[in-house]
Write a protein that binds this ligand. Structure first.
Ligand SMILES: [Zn+2]
Length: 373
């Protein structure tokens, strides 16, 4: 009887989290492509960005992650290059669909240099994939993973190099996102809730892709239950800890604590709380619309003795952040984004399978300010 109970317990565990091997090699492969010079720094609205977007969509399709934007993998975000006056209108012709006439303020965002107006409208895309949930009662609720695909593109050369490859920022996060999507799509049965995967555009221009999605989600907004964001994985040294931004804001933080404890992952305090990164990446547009979120970074407790990971990260911020030297020539430990992907996946799987959707903690600033009553 005891043996049978034990067997049942093991079987239940096997059912609730099917092992997925988060390995360094696929992370390295994604990053080698996404941060190559061919993609010219993935500036939002550029050809290099579009190639990157097609790569992510192809990876989703290969993994069995379904299109998440009305039969397409691409949510088209209308931007225009000039600051318009309030009578301006713009016509957009999406692929194969009737054109739309938009008036300023009700349909499009703006970006660019008002001194050099041009009338070009560029379609920019956030890649959206979905793993459909298996529970008829919960499958119309969605957990959202996000990570930005764009970077700053081509700028003035530094030491003869003008391409901002954005390896850490944020080929690393997209590589992790793809692996999480693969892991989620491989679950049998599928998680109870549905899970959306966003490779967002124009984060570097002010969180615009995520903001557009949070305003115009491809599923009903009230059905978005939570967000887990990945941005600029600091992957110089292998570490044993994570930093969970937003950990005290909602019940998502409780899940993160449980997963960390179960897998012997340390949770460290944010070493730079004054930077308030919780409001500075793609999770914030979700938070502002009342959706609980986490933004998770690797920590700074190096696995190797005698290594000061925090010092190395600070030196990176000073010398490589948003420069052409954030490229494939720098020191990279691909096990770091692999481990982060695994941690984020385990949190998301528990959230997707839980009876109750995530909730803000009573009295939390963001929950009080933006949460649903
Ligand atoms: Zn970033």
């Amino acid at each position: 009887m005891i043996i049978r109970l034990l067997f049942t317990a093991l079987f239940t565990i096997a059912l609730s989290a099917q092992a997925f091997d988060f390995r360094s090699e696929p992370i390295r492969a994604h990053m080698k492509f996404l941060a190559s010079d061919l993609l010219e720094g993935r500036g939002a609205g550029t050809r290099g960005y579009d190639i990157a977007a097609n790569y992510v969509a192809a990876q989703f399709e290969a993994a069995g992650v379904a299109p998440g934007a009305g039969g397409s993998y691409f949510q088209v975000i209308p931007f225009r290059k000039t600051i318009p006056d309030d009578r301006s209108t713009v016509t957009i012709t999406p692929d194969g669909r009737p054109s739309m006439l938009l008036r300023y303020g009700d349909g499009f965002a703006t970006a660019g240099d008002p001194l050099h107006p041009d009338r070009t409208v560029e379609g920019r895309v956030t890649v959206v994939g979905v793993v459909r949930g298996s529970d008829p009662k919960l499958r119309d609720e969605y957990l959202v993973y996000s990570s930005h695909l764009d970077h700053v593109g081509i700028t003035e050369p530094v030491n003869g190099d003008a391409i901002n490859n954005g390896a850490f920022d944020n080929a690393s996060g997209i590589a992790a996102l793809i692996e999480i999507a693969k892991a989620m799509a491989s679950q049998k049965p599928a998680p109870r809730r549905s899970v959306l995967f966003l490779a967002t555009t124009a984060e570097e221009k002010g969180l615009r892709g995520a903001d557009y999605f949070a305003s115009n989600p491809t599923v009903p907004r009230t059905q978005l239950v939570g967000n887990i964001n990945i941005d600029q994985v600091m992957m110089i040294d292998a570490v044993s800890d994570v930093i969970v931004h937003g950990i005290d804001a909602s019940t998502l933080g409780d899940v993160a604590r449980r997963v960390a404890a179960k897998h012997s992952i340390g949770i460290s305090d944010d070493p730079f709380p004054e930077e308030v990164v919780f409001v500075r990446s793609d999770q914030y547009p979700f938070v502002k619309r009342g959706i609980p979120a986490l933004y998770i970074d690797p920590g700074y407790k190096a696995v190797a003795p005698g290594v000061d990971a925090k010092q190395n990260q600070m030196a990176w911020i000073k010398s490589r952040y948003h420069t052409p030297s954030d490229d494939l020539g720098q020191k990279m430990d691909f096990s770091v984004p692999a481990a982060l992907a695994r941690f984020d996946f385990l949190i998301g799987l528990e959230v997707a399978n839980a009876d109750a959707r995530p909730a803000w903690k009573p009295g939390n600033f963001f929950g009080e300010r933006f949460g649903r009553r």
